[in-house]
Design a protein around this ligand. Structure first.
Ligand code: ADP
Length: 403
């Protein structure tokens, strides 16, 4: 029998599981789906079989991740794609925090699980859910290779000068305080695809990647290696996001506690869940913000301007970090879809060789594309991200190598 070629990608959140089943012979999707509101009465499973085109939705309480994965397994089984299939080569898990230890995708064993567990204090919101997903999948298919692909891994090449905060290194080391960065799977995929779009090898180009989704981060990628990124010890640092403030004077936190009488948990919630675009104008969806801006809403306008100002600052900073830039690339929900964001972020940067061609920027499309004029010194591009494909690719490559 030929060797198995399917990879199931699992992205386990605290109350959700997103999954995709890919066939790595041609990177095609066989099935995609999502289980939401795990542990609530209103749980929902949405499943699409890409082979038959059939979509199914289940609304019944799903108590925990184990029940969720079992339900996913049953849905896949109905399409003849079950977890027990001999064609399944591996399961690839998205793991948010790999600390400094995990610099590449890793086959999961008990020691790896223990190390991911050790990182829970630095990623309390994410790693526990990722661990639950891994444990459940291992229990379902103990014989199958399971691979962890870390959001932080691509950033472990950052030099110490970019990764360290300017605090006492003894304190930093004791509490593992440093800049880890996130969205690494996306930055890795998008920077590689950008090189391909330019007809170059990744080792030949310097790229600034702007991953603008609900979470948002920028990365400076020098010859295929990340040298700086805007998220830090946690995803709170850097760009203005849907609900996160991004960069902030840390003294604001002391002030909120001492003068505002807020508890640390309240400040945490304020900065992570009630700030960013949402905090500024009450909306975190860029479509809605643009609609309001177009209607003359001044509050939405200011939120948009603050968002753009921060992006510009990072483009300038990473231009200086890299010294020479071949491309600035936009990706994720906002970056791929919001032409006004791209236009405003690049506007006024002709002195840096950055320009947007209005006609090209307005064209909607699914594939990688240039939006700068041919005459521009630096390419500006839109490259759709595909974290699931990247996780599947890395998982499959590792299993092939070790198998
Ligand atoms: P995440 O993976 O971080 O949840 P996404 O990368 O899916 O986020 O991006 C989601 C965001 O993309 C939405 O909150 C919205 O602001 C933005 N978005 C999606 N589609 C459009 C669009 N057509 N125009 C403008 N913004 C969009």
């Amino acid at each position: 029998m030929s060797s198995p070629t399917r990879v199931l990608v699992l992205n386990s959140g605290s109350s959700s599981v997103k999954y995709q089943l890919l066939d790595m012979r041609d990177s095609s999707r066989l099935a995609v789906g999502l289980v939401e509101r795990i542990g609530e009465q209103t749980s929902r499973l949405k499943h699409t079989c890409r082979v038959t085109g059939e979509m199914r939705e289940q609304r019944a309480p799903i108590a925990d991740h184990e029940a969720a994965l079992k339900a996913v397994g049953e849905e896949l089984h109905r399409d003849g794609l079950g977890l027990d299939s001999p064609e399944l080569a591996a399961i690839g898990h998205r793991v948010v925090h790999g600390g400094m230890f995990f610099t590449e995708p890793t086959v999961i064993d008990d020691a790896v699980l223990a190390e991911i567990e050790r990182l829970v204090p630095v990623a309390p919101l994410h790693n526990p859910a990722n661990l639950t997903g891994i444990r459940t999948a291992r229990a379902l298919r103990p014989d199958l290779p399971q691979v962890a692909v870390f959001d932080t891994a691509f950033h472990t090449t950052m030099p110490e000068s970019a990764a360290r905060y300017a605090i006492d290194p003894k304190i930093a080391d004791r509490y593992r305080i440093r800049r880890y960065g996130f969205h690494g799977t996306s930055h890795a995929y998008v920077s590689r695809q950008t090189a391909r779009l330019l007809g170059k090898d990744p080792s030949e180009v310097n790229v600034i990647v702007l991953h603008l989704g609900n979470g948002a981060s920028a990365a400076a990628v020098e010859r295929g290696r990340c040298v700086d990124t805007s998220m830090g010890m946690t995803p709170l640092e850097g760009l203005v996001m849907g609900t996160r403030s991004g960069d902030l004077d840390p003294a604001v936190i002391f002030h909120l506690e001492r003068v505002g009488g807020m508890s640390m948990d309240e400040v945490d919630t304020l900065l992570n869940k009630m700030s960013g675009l949402f905090g500024l104008c009450g909306d975190n969806d860029m479509r809605e913000i643009r609609r309001r801006v177009d209607e003359g809403d001044e509050v939405a306008r200011l939120a948009f301007d603050i968002y753009i100002h921060r992006i510009k600052k990072y483009i300038g900073a990473y231009y200086a970090v890299l010294g020479r830039v071949d491309a600035v690339v936009f990706t994720a929900g906002v970056g791929e879809n919001a032409a006004p964001v791209r236009e405003a972020a690049i506007g006024g940067l002709a002195g840096l060789g950055l320009e947007v061609d209005a006609g090209r920027n307005a064209v909607r499309g699914d594939g990688p594309r240039l939006i700068s004029p041919d005459s521009a010194r630096v390419a500006v591009a839109v490259v759709p991200t595909d974290e699931e494909l990247e996780i599947a690719t890395q998982t499959y490559a590792l299993v092939e190598k070790s198998g």
